[in-house]
Write a protein that binds this ligand. Structure first.
Ligand code: ADP
Length: 433
């Protein structure tokens, strides 16, 4: 049906059609007229087919060709065949573009494609959300007219895209984005926008952590060095002052030792990602011992009220639980002035969960500090806590210890009225005897 005709085949067909005209002319003696008639018929039939072809190509909606005669059927079929191939290719191309778009939409990063003149060619939904672009309204608009941050424009102008740019989100300053520009095709560029807020915060925390540890260790070390330098003078060793210096050095060494132990236990707890621990912990016993320590720390300056349900035990990590309890109770004593009351409770609620609380009538904490209290090295009042000796790690340790037991710390406090630190341990950790 779709075969190609050779030149010889076409000549043969013309002669074949001409034969009856020639015979008729020869028999009737009107050979010339019959030949003209043949030419007329041939030209007319070609024009007729051309008319049908034009109509089909320009007006018809169907891709199927009209019926055609002779070699025209081959022309029609050839065009039809070509059109079918084109339609198939177009569909394949459409599917490819759709797949590409779906792929780009599924990316966890914002993607913007722009040309050499910085006109936006395409962007995915995430880029619209992250950069505040509107689609399709912003198609063709210059990207630097929409994101007008000077550092971004400077970055595009510099054309040095090996190092990514870190900027605050144009729509919300709390988010930090990393911008990368990569060539896309000859005159097109792609901007890849990634949300690095978490990474940025972690990096910031790491820097703060190093600064805090160095600061905390530097103070006692400076004190110790000062006293040690004094010992270069042999007179000093016999002096009464030496006793004072010695006491101070012991105090500072203990302080450093405490800090390092706290850091080590914090790092141990952070590594602990375990399902329900299976070790039985006699919490009332721990609390009884801790109560004695608390009384000795208070030296009778506070009224300490305690109520421990002796039948509520836990499955857990003993050392972690002990440090959570003691940090909360010792803080209550440290931050409650003389004459204040400290109430410690350990019980089980009607849901079978274990409940612990320490309520004090101490200095209290302003609401603005409460969300940050469990951050490492966070202290409300540097001057006051320096006197009490805390490095700001106690509540962070308590938070980690509790999270390893499926719990979290609740803090209620009012300045000059007092605070209540409490937590509830889920049923699966609780043993009732
Ligand atoms: P620190 O070792 O400095 O006590 P914590 O992490 O235990 O560190 O506590 C962080 C901060 O929370 C303390 O510096 C203190 O300001 C505040 N804080 C903790 N417990 C209490 C409390 N019971 N009453 C008032 N403030 C408290």
């Amino acid at each position: 049906m779709f075969k190609n005709l050779s030149a010889w085949q076409i000549i043969f067909r013309l002669l074949w059609i001409y034969t009856p005209f020639a015979l008729f002319g020869y028999i009737t003696g009107f050979f010339i007229e019959a030949s003209f008639l043949y030419c007329f018929v041939i030209i007319f039939s070609h024009y007729w087919q051309l008319y049908k072809l034009t109509k089909w190509l320009w007006s018809a909606r169907s891709i199927y060709p009209p019926r055609a005669l002779g070699i025209w059927s081959n022309v029609f079929d050839g065009i039809y065949n070509q059109q079918r191939r084109n339609v198939k290719k177009r569909n394949e191309l459409k599917a490819l573009v759709r797949r590409f778009r779906l792929g780009a939409e599924a990316l966890p990063d914002g993607v913007v494609i722009y040309d050499d003149h910085r006109h936006i060619f395409w962007c995915n939904k995430l880029a619209q959300e992250m950069l505040g672009l509107k689609w399709p309204a912003d198609k063709g608009v210059r990207i630097d007219n929409l994101i007008r941050m000077p550092e971004f424009i400077k970055y595009l102008d510099k054309h040095e895209y090996l190092t990514p740019l870190e900027i605050a989100s144009p729509s919300n300053e709390n988010y930090i984005y990393e911008i990368r520009v990569v060539p896309f095709e000859k005159d097109k560029w792609t901007i890849i926008v990634r949300d690095i807020t978490q990474l940025y915060k972690l990096e910031q925390m790491r820097k703060d952590f190093i600064a805090n540890v160095s600061h905390e260790l530097k103070t006692p070390l400076t004190v110790m060095r000062g006293y040690l330098e004094m010992t270069e003078d042999p007179e000093v060793l016999n002096n009464r002052m030496w006793q004072q210096a010695h006491n101070m050095m012991v105090e500072q060494t203990t302080r450093m030792d405490d800090l390092v132990s706290q850091l080590l236990s914090l790092s141990r707890m952070e590594k602990h990602v375990e399902e329900t621990p299976k070790t039985r912990v006699d919490v009332p016993n721990i609390l009884d011992i801790m109560l004695m320590e608390a009384k000795s720390l208070s030296s009778g300056k506070h009224k300490i009220v305690a109520s421990f349900d002796q039948n509520v035990l836990l499955y857990g990590h003993e050392a972690e639980l002990r440090s959570a309890f003691s940090n909360l109770v010792f803080n209550a004593i440290r931050y409650t002035p003389e004459g204040g009351t400290i109430d410690i409770q350990w019980s089980a609620n009607h849901k079978g969960e274990a409940y612990f609380s320490v309520t004090d009538t101490g200095v209290g904490i302003d609401a603005s500090h409460i969300p940050r209290l469990t951050e490492r090295f966070y202290r409300v009042d540097e001057a006051r806590t320096r006197q009490t000796g805390g490095a700001g790690l106690g509540l962070s340790i308590a938070k980690h210890a509790l999270s390893n037991h499926g719990s979290s710390l609740k803090i209620r406090s009012k300045v000059n009225e007092g605070s209540c630190f409490s937590f509830t341990i889920p049923r699966q950790f609780v043993i009732r005897t």
